[in-house]
Design a protein around this ligand. Structure first.
Ligand code: G1P
Length: 301
């Protein structure tokens, strides 16, 4: 394969959203955890907005039973819109929920066999194109300096080096066993230290076996070949089919790089991370920031 063929445009993003959200029960009993809002936008909205900002056109949700609210969220809501119009209320708040007809596809992962299996469930829709993956639990917020969100930064790197890319960040060494961990190679010149070769990948290693404290932070740009690897991927950490294991097999055959995101990450899969994201973003909002700051001061006094 020529290098050129590993730089096809990335037009599709897969959102694995079939998880049960057990850490947020009972809130997630009847609604998907990706519909939990950070202030007034559900997590899935942040993820889709990040993809759109990076130029991605087609959104592929890998969902499961009881998770149709996410598809509804991006549909027209005729009654709601008619009522708002009748009452002379603005529809601006609904703007981000609009998706071009045909650009949202939902497939189901019938059984929870792991992240690798979830991604594989999207293979027919992904086809033979490179594609992005966004895990909505990992909320990545860019700085307000024009550098953009995580996927946008990764796309810029992809346009330079092609192949496969993952986003990484440093965590305290004792935390690595909850994540996919990279064995970093050389840093690439000309990217301000943000682009590193990936020499190896291991899913949820014991802290003492981990090759580094650089973890995969839930953003990927992968060549379609990973789908063929996933087809025969045996179970790995936790008895699940792991995306990390399939990616590891591609190293050495195709370019594989890690991007260190210039921005902030909130682990919204954990309660504390979720509250942190809510507070951090609320404090920055022009409409409520000041009131939230005053409220926080009162609470801490
Ligand atoms: C998944 C991936 C892992 C990655 C993590 C990021 O793990 O398998 O490599 O570091 O997401 O949140 P999970 O959180 O599904 O156990």
């Amino acid at each position: 394969m020529t290098d050129h063929s590993l730089r096809k445009p990335v037009r599709k993003a897969v959102f694995p959203v079939a998880g049960l959200g057990t850490r947020f029960l009972p809130a997630t009993k009847a609604i998907p955890k990706e519909m939990l809002p950070i202030i007034d936008r559900p997590l899935i909205q942040y993820a889709v907005d990040e993809a759109r900002e990076a130029g991605i056109e087609q959104m592929i949700f890998v969902t499961g039973r009881g998770k149709t609210a996410m598809v509804e969220h991006f549909d027209h809501a005729f009654e709601l819109e008619a009522t708002l119009r009748e009452r002379d209320k603005a529809l601006d708040a609904l703007e981000p929920t609009r998706i071009q007809p045909g650009n949202l596809v939902a497939v189901r992962q019938q059984v929870p066999l792991g992240l690798g299996h979830a991604i594989w469930c999207a293979r027919a829709i992904v086809g033979d194109e490179p594609f992005a993956i966004i895990l909505p639990d990992e909320l990545m917020i860019g700085h307000n300096d024009g550098t953009g969100g995580c996927m946008k930064q990764m796309m810029q790197a992809y346009n330079e080096v092609g192949g496969n890319l993952i986003s990484v960040l440093e965590v305290p060494h004792e935390k690595v066993s909850s994540y996919g961990v990279i064995a970093p190679g050389n840093k690439l010149d000309g990217f301000g230290g943000t682009l590193t070769e990936v020499n190896g990948l291991v899913e949820k290693p014991k802290a003492e076996d981990a090759p580094s404290n650089l973890i995969i932070s839930g953003r990927y740009i992968l060549q379609a070949d990973v789908m063929r690897t996933l087809e025969n991927q045996e179970k790995g950490a936790g008895g699940e089919i792991q995306l990390t294991d399939a990616m590891a097999k591609m190293i050495g055959h195709q370019p594989f790089h890690a991007v260190t995101f210039n921005g902030r990450r909130f682990d919204c899969g954990s309660k504390v991370g979720f509250v942190e994201a809510t507070l951090a973003l609320a404090l920055e909002r022009p409409d409520i920031g000041e009131a939230v700051r005053a409220m926080a001061k009162r609470l801490l006094a």
